[in-house]
Design a protein around this ligand. Structure first.
Ligand SMILES: Nc1ncnc2c1ncn2[C@@H]1O[C@H](COP(=O)(O)OP(=O)(O)OP(=O)(O)O)[C@@H](O)[C@H]1O
Length: 232
């Protein structure tokens, strides 16, 4: 079994034409393995979200190649029309805001997508309860998101990203709305998930203090993606 969760070769992305042309990512090549927590850092506007959204099959690159696990999904074009299916089956997303649905309780927030994807009510609830237990918030299943703290809601959002057993989690500044202590909790939790569930996690962060918990750092420098090992 290969360890590779994401492989990118000579990936390019620009926006606009003429006066509005912006070259964002130029010939990016890197690998993220299963079990790794990888930070993605760069100055504002350098292309972090754009890169994450290409890995998530949301934004289309201009050229290059992307493999998710062993499956090549992009080779100068998407290799399937079903990019939504790839997202649903392989990828979990976490954002800065938790985006829980305010009028659904915690367990219903967790079971909504799996049920929409065809999982039975019973199986979706079983998995949701396992996740809530794993995240130490089993007693909150009947609570509404407004009754939980910011850190607890972010744990629910992480649990939701895991509900479909993804191979890859893409997290866009998951700690930006949290204080330092809660941020460290969340990043340590992501590290534990990566290791225990053999998931690859790419996390955008502006916070240098979080890098020590990561295995690698992807930096975007002058449109190129540079991979650095974390030395603690
Ligand atoms: N849909 C779009 N059309 C045109 N330009 C875009 C589009 N999306 C992003 N850009 C441009 O691409 C560049 C990279 O944007 P991106 O949001 O990926 O940066 P970022 O590193 O995530 O920034 P931040 O840290 O501020 O969130 C920016 O110059 C942005 O203006």
């Amino acid at each position: 079994m290969t360890k590779q969760a994401i492989r990118v070769e000579k990936l390019n992305k620009h926006f606009g034409k003429g006066d509005t042309f912006v070259d964002v990512i130029h010939d990016a090549s890197f690998v993220v393995n299963k079990g790794e927590l990888v930070a993605l850092v760069a100055p504002s506007g350098a292309g972090k979200t754009t890169l994450l959204m290409m890995l998530g099959c949301v934004d289309e690159p201009n050229s290059g190649q992307i493999w998710l696990g062993d499956e090549k999904v992009y080779d100068d074009k998407w290799l399937t029309k079903e990019t939504r299916k790839i997202r649903r089956e392989k990828i979990g997303f976490i954002f800065q805001a938790h985006y829980l649905i305010p009028f659904l309780n915690i367990i219903d927030n967790l079971t909504l997508l799996p049920q929409a994807n065809g999982t039975s009510d019973e199986d979706a609830k079983k998995k949701a309860r396992e996740l809530l237990k794993y995240f130490d918030i089993a007693d909150k299943e009947k609570s509404m998101p407004t009754q939980l703290s910011g850190g607890q809601n972010q744990r629910v959002a992480i649990a939701r990203a895991l509900a479909n057993n993804p191979q890859i989690i893409l997290a866009d500044e998951p700690t930006a709305a949290l204080d330092t202590e809660r941020s460290i909790d969340v990043v340590k939790m992501l590290k534990k998930i990566a290791l225990e569930q053999d998931v690859a996690i790419v996390m955008v962060t502006h916070d240098e203090r979080m890098l020590q918990y990561c295995d690698k750092v992807l930096k975007i420098e002058n449109r190129a993606v540079v991979v650095e090992k974390v030395i603690v």
